[in-house]
Design a protein around this ligand. Structure first.
Ligand SMILES: Nc1nc2c(c(=O)[nH]1)N[C@H]1C(S)=C(S)[C@@H](COP(=O)(O)OP(=O)(O)OC[C@H]3O[C@@H](n4cnc5c(=O)[nH]c(N)nc54)[C@H](O)[C@@H]3O)O[C@H]1N2
Ligand SMILES: Nc1nc2c(c(=O)[nH]1)N[C@H]1C(S)=C(S)[C@@H](COP(=O)(O)OP(=O)(O)OC[C@H]3O[C@@H](n4cnc5c(=O)[nH]c(N)nc54)[C@H](O)[C@@H]3O)O[C@H]1N2
Ligand code: SF4
Ligand SMILES: [Mo]
Length: 671
């Protein structure tokens, strides 16, 4: 039987959004490879992309709708499941209004058609939404104030024109591996690498220097550098006068700092702060690659604003080889056409991060939550404060999870509706957090069992609820509507399907025209919009909440910073069941921590604070900031480790983001 190849794309919530080629034999997907014609991902896939095939055919995949009856799952027909869920929704709406139905989602798959979920809830009359982003919300909001929105340079600009690459809180080789060839090209040309990360990364040995701030203090580091630029006359006065507003106010604040103060706050030697500041102010090109690690703190939004300000005042914005590479919000779809917000009569927004508190509060009022839908997400594992999430969800009488596997969230549901994987559906991927290419997803194989694409699940429910016609049924029509604004760039659905990959926006150097998206049209060191929205007009430094400088008492009980960073081999919680995993997580600690708590390599340890505890095996590593503890996130509670029992559900300062790394713990050896 001949092998057929079909072009598609990786749906995972990742920096890279790879083009993929699926190899199909006799109706079965035998493997996927990287698409060599994709201009950024250039024919390689990571293990997470390749393992999607294992997820497709995994024996534990749920293939029929399930209903929980007296604590046990029973297979039911789609017809029964949808009829009963629609009935629960109708009752909830009748008694308490449409906001008694709540929807939590994330980006387990980032297909364009996944946005039809919102169309369904809006046509229902409204719902309780969860807003903000547990992922990158703080940074997006920060860049809204500074630049107007997040826009990154083309990676080829970095490869060809950068002199110094500062990787700031991004674990490039692990989470963004397709950046690596661009870094290598730049370094082969002579560009130098600087890492700013409390932990050692694969790239650390390639760097000319690594700065290791105490977790959550990068804002102070940026301020220390800003201070040195001011003191040594290295500010780009032309940029701040012609293309920016608010620099005098920011400069005044900067002058309340000294390099020595920054060194004391951050644990980074003053000499290193001066050295890097001089690179920024040298007139040569410095590209800053921001990650998400440094913003998962209570001060995360201001941290990003302070780094943006450092790059702007040193003349690195709008120039080739420079720039702040963070997000690339340039995919201009018409989401409104797809989601129909005008159709709803009521709406309530909880935040993704604090939804547990808000649900529990709502249950005491006349507007409780009676039905919960969870799509593309595993909130019981991934939201902070697992204990609270469980309590809140338990108070909701009808919970519907649309997913592929019985994970921690599926387990506590009342209905589990099985959806297709990317290989069994047609869609468009636009999910790169970094580059500006769209990719077409062609259906590769027939759906397994009775699985259905999410849109079909919601269409079925819409029919049960009497608004099937308004919901519609033609995926190409939905795609065309959403893609209308892209016609300007010459992109249509047909063309994208024909070519597989197209660039949504071409601009090698972000902001090179100095026309920013802010209200003033300039770069804003001081933002009236931020102030109007309740934030500080200029970016400021505040200590993280769980910090020995801010809360001595807490730090006495829980002296170490816990960084639950993204796992090397899994995309969040999605691959743990297809990987060969140790029984417990590895707890990486420095020799100082090991000595203080009396632990040796391999010992069973308990990592704990007042929110919860987790067991793991200690691994003593050298080089990391000496008071940090690293555990990779994504573990499943139903397989023994609920890591987010340790983290707090406090919000970041801007953008309703997560502060999951703003977390102090203690460690003890178990016998
Ligand atoms: N393999 C893999 N790839 C992924 C994912 C995955 O789960 N696995 N997840 C995807 C998703 S959803 C996302 S959001 C991205 C995340 O991509 P990244 O931003 O790379 O991910 P993080 O793991 O949050 O942390 C990045 C780095 O920040 C460092 N860090 C932590 N705290 C601080 C701090 O206070 N200051 C500084 N300077 N650095 C700090 C950590 O040590 C870590 O090396 O990756 C995507 N890609
Ligand atoms: N402690 C700690 N916690 C964290 C983080 C951290 O760094 N540390 N990182 C945070 C970040 S950045 C993120 S982005 C979140 C991620 O939080 P989540 O998005 O909740 O996490 P995932 O594990 O990626 O789960 C996605 C789920 O979507 C399902 N899925 C995949 N495709 C589809 C589809 O087409 N339809 C439907 N209905 N379901 C689908 C998958 O099977 C999986 O169960 O976690 C956050 N949580
Ligand atoms: S997870 Fe990211 S790097 Fe891996 S295949 Fe998917 S898009 Fe590419
Ligand atoms: Mo994320």
């Amino acid at each position: 039987m001949a092998v057929k190849t079909i072009r598609t794309a990786c749906p995972l919530d990742c920096w890279d959004c790879c083009g993929m080629i699926a190899h199909v034999e006799d109706g079965k997907l035998i493997k996927v490879e990287g698409d060599p014609d994709h201009p950024i991902t250039l024919g390689s896939l990571c293990i997470k992309g390749r393992k999607l095939v294992d997820r497709l055919y995994h024996p534990e995949r749920v293939l029929t709708p399930l209903k929980k009856v007296e604590g046990a799952w029973q297979a039911v027909s789609w017809e029964q499941a949808l009829r009963e869920i629609a009935e629960q929704m109708r009752q909830a709406r009748q008694e308490f209004g449409p906001t008694a139905v709540m929807h939590h989602y994330d980006y387990g798959s980032s297909g364009l058609l996944k946005n039809l979920e919102a169309r369904f809830f809006n046509l229902f009359g409204g719902f309780t939404d969860t807003i903000g982003s547990i992922c990158w919300g703080a940074g997006l909001e920060a860049q809204k104030y500074d630049f107007g929105f997040g826009k990154s340079h083309d990676p080829y600009d970095l490869a060809d024109h950068t002199d110094t690459i500062v990787v700031w809180g991004r674990n490039v080789s692990v989470t963004n591996m397709h950046m690596m060839p661009f870094l290598k090209t730049a370094m082969n040309r002579g560009a130098e690498l600087v890492i700013i990360d409390p932990l050692m990364t694969d790239l650390s040995s390639k760097a000319v220097r690594q700065l290791q701030p105490r977790p959550g203090t990068d804002g102070a580091l940026a301020l220390g550098m800003a201070c040195h630029l001011v003191q040594t006359g290295l500010v780009d006065r032309q940029f701040v006068a012609e293309h920016a507003v608010g620099f005098p106010a920011f400069e005044e604040y900067v002058q309340t700092w000294t390099v020595e103060m920054a060194a004391e706050v951050t644990d980074v030697p003053a000499e290193d702060i001066r050295w890097l500041a001089e690179r920024y102010g040298s007139g040569r090109a410095v590209a800053t690659l921001l990650g998400l690690g440094l913003q998962r703190y209570a001060n995360g939004g201001n941290t990003i604003r302070l780094i943006d300000a450092l790059t702007a005042m040193s003349g690195q914005v709008g120039r080739s080889g420079g720039g702040v590479h963070y997000a690339n919000q340039v995919h201009r779809f018409d989401y409104q056409a797809m989601m129909k917000p005008e159709a709803r009569s009521e709406y309530r927004a909880f935040t993704k991060i604090t939804q547990a508190d808000e649900v529990l509060q709502a249950q005491q009022t006349d507007h409780p939550v009676r039905v919960l839908f969870v799509t593309r997400s595993n909130p019981v594992a991934q939201l902070p404060e697992t204990g609270k999430t469980l309590e809140a969800y338990e108070s909701i009488p009808c919970k519907v999870v649309v997913d592929m596997f019985m994970h921690d969230t599926g387990e506590i549901a009342d209905y589990f509706l099985p959806c297709t994987t990317v290989f069994e559906e047609e869609d468009i991927m636009y999910s790169s957090m970094w580059h500006s290419y769209l990719a077409y997803v062609n259906r590769v194989v027939e759906p397994q069992g009775e699985t259905r694409p999410d849109w079909m699940v919601f269409q079925g429910l819409a029919e049960e609820l009497g608004f099937g016609e308004q919901f519609g049924h033609d995926l190409h029509t939905w795609m065309n509507e959403a893609m209308a604004p892209l016609a300007e760039a010459g992109i249509t659905r047909e063309l994208l399907q024909e070519k597989s990959v197209l660039q949504a926006h071409q601009e090698p150097v972000a902001w090179s025209d100095y026309r920013f998206g802010t209200p003033s049209g300039k770069y804003e060191f001081s933002s009236a919009l931020a102030e109007a929205e309740g934030a500080s007009a200029i970016p400021i430094y505040e200590e993280p909440v769980e910090s020995p400088r801010r809360d001595r008492e807490r730090a006495k009980l829980y002296p170490y910073h816990l960084l639950t960073i993204h796992p090397r081999r899994s995309l969040n919680s999605q691959h743990y069941h297809v990987l060969k995993m140790p029984e417990r997580p590895i707890v990486e600690i420095s020799s100082l921590v090991a000595q203080q708590v009396g632990v040796q390599d391999g010992d069973l340890v308990r990592v704990y604070n007042d929110r919860g505890e987790v067991l793991g095996n200690a691994k003593i590593v050298s080089g990391q900031h000496k008071r940090t503890v690293k555990i990779e996130e994504g573990w499943w509670g139903n397989r023994g480790t609920a890591l987010n029992r340790l983290t707090s559900n406090r919000r970041s300062d801007l953008g309703i983001g997560s502060a999951q790394y703003d977390c102090l713990v203690q460690i003890e050896k178990m016998s």
